[in-house]
Write a protein that binds this ligand. Structure first.
Ligand SMILES: Cc1cc2nc3c(=O)[nH]c(=O)nc-3n(C[C@H](O)[C@H](O)[C@H](O)COP(=O)(O)OP(=O)(O)OC[C@H]3O[C@@H](n4cnc5c(N)ncnc54)[C@H](O)[C@@H]3O)c2cc1C
Length: 318
């Protein structure tokens, strides 16, 4: 299929992009990596009159660490995946960049495009919920920052206003005792998440959890928090048995969507298994010595827990 006719524009500054958007007649869409927008245009699910390509705007690119981690909206998945800075300062972010789709998509797709598009099975949305990320948006009237909790409104719908550009995301640096994990059971063809769970924990050295945030993708019509699971993890000492039990709550209280490629019960089971992997990875990152010495109670052998190996293999692909 071919898209309907459109005019293409490539500004080199944000100011120029806003001026263009304000003066053009008809529907205007911003183009980032094009890996969601172009397919939609080819299917005629989107038919903008004008495309404003953001790829020439340098101020939207790059990864910076000062008091926070700032990632420009036009930073590609590959740049996130391969960033040494992120690997050292907040490894789960680069890990998630690396499990998106395949190298072709990762080379062009952007974090800003993914968060603006808000596909219900995309990976960054769940991560942003777990990490309490902030989205920075700008239009001609000025700048605002929106927390991930307030960002997603409905199916592929965010609070972004007409003519507003997501300029980047801001994520707090991990506090002491922090650890995060992301596990994903991917669709074998598209590699979108059939079940994706992002977990951010803060642990005492003895494994007691003082804070937990869990973001899910692939379950509801938007990325969603697993608040019942967060509650089950908070205030208790996490060991393999506690984590297994708590993971059973991952879908509880979530407004589950529909139209899945697997049955609802299988979907929920997939989430429970995926949650176990993600929580365990977060515990390991937060309290490595505790994970090595105290996480597995005497009556549970590590091998039992590792029995969900195929999931881990999926996660590590990419
Ligand atoms: C085969 C395939 C497999 C995929 N698998 C996965 C996967 O496993 N996990 C996953 O998370 N994603 C997956 N994706 C989606 C991919 O990550 C896209 O790159 C992403 O969803 C959109 O980013 P983009 O930069 O390509 O944005 P575009 O397609 O250019 O734009 C998407 C939408 O966001 C708007 N937009 C883009 N940037 C901005 C901005 N800065 N400000 C305001 N609006 C903006 C556009 O106007 C458009 O409406 C897959 C895509 C394909 C084609």
């Amino acid at each position: 299929m071919y898209p309907s006719q459109f005019r293409y524009h490539r500004p080199s500054t944000l100011t120029e992009a806003f001026q263009l958007a304000a003066k053009l007649d008809g529907q205007v869409k911003f183009l980032a990596g094009g890996h969601s927008l172009i397919p939609m245009m080819k299917l005629r699910l989107a038919a903008p009159d004008h495309l404003i390509d953001l790829s020439g705007i340098d101020e939207l690119k790059g990864i910076r660490v000062d008091q926070h981690i700032s990632i420009g909206a036009m930073t590609t998945h590959w740049q996130v995946q391969s960033s040494q800075l992120l690997r050292e300062r907040h490894p789960v972010i680069s890990k998630v960049g690396g499990v998106i789709a395949d190298p072709l998509v990762r080379n062009r797709g952007t974090i800003g495009g993914s968060l603006s598009h808000a596909d219900p099975s995309a990976d960054y949305p769940a991560l942003m919920l777990a990490l309490q990320g902030k989205m920075r948006c700008r239009d001609q009237g000025g700048e605002r920052e929106v927390s991930a909790d307030d960002w997603f409104l409905g199916l592929m719908t965010t609070v972004l206003r007409e003519g507003e550009i997501l300029t980047g995301v801001r994520i707090a640096l991990p506090p002491p005792g922090f650890g995060a994990g992301y596990a994903k059971h991917l669709h074998p063809a598209s590699r979108f998440a059939l079940a994706g769970v992002a977990v951010a924990l803060t642990l005492e050295p003895d494994g007691r959890c003082t804070a937990a945030r869990v973001g899910l993708t692939g379950l509801a019509i938007t990325a969603a928090r697993a608040e019942v699971l967060e509650h089950a993890l908070t205030g208790v000492q996490l060991n393999a048995k506690v984590v297994d039990d708590a993971a059973n709550y991952v879908v509880d209280g979530v407004d589950v969507g529909g139209g899945f490629q697997v049955g609802l019960e299988d979907k929920c089971d997939l989430f429970r298994a995926t949650a176990r992997v993600a929580i365990r990875d977060a515990v390991k990152a937060a309290a490595p010595s505790y994970f090595a010495d105290g996480f597995y109670p005497g009556d549970i052998r590590a091998v039992d827990i590792e029995g969900i190996g195929p999931l881990r293999n999926h996660v590590n692909q990419g």
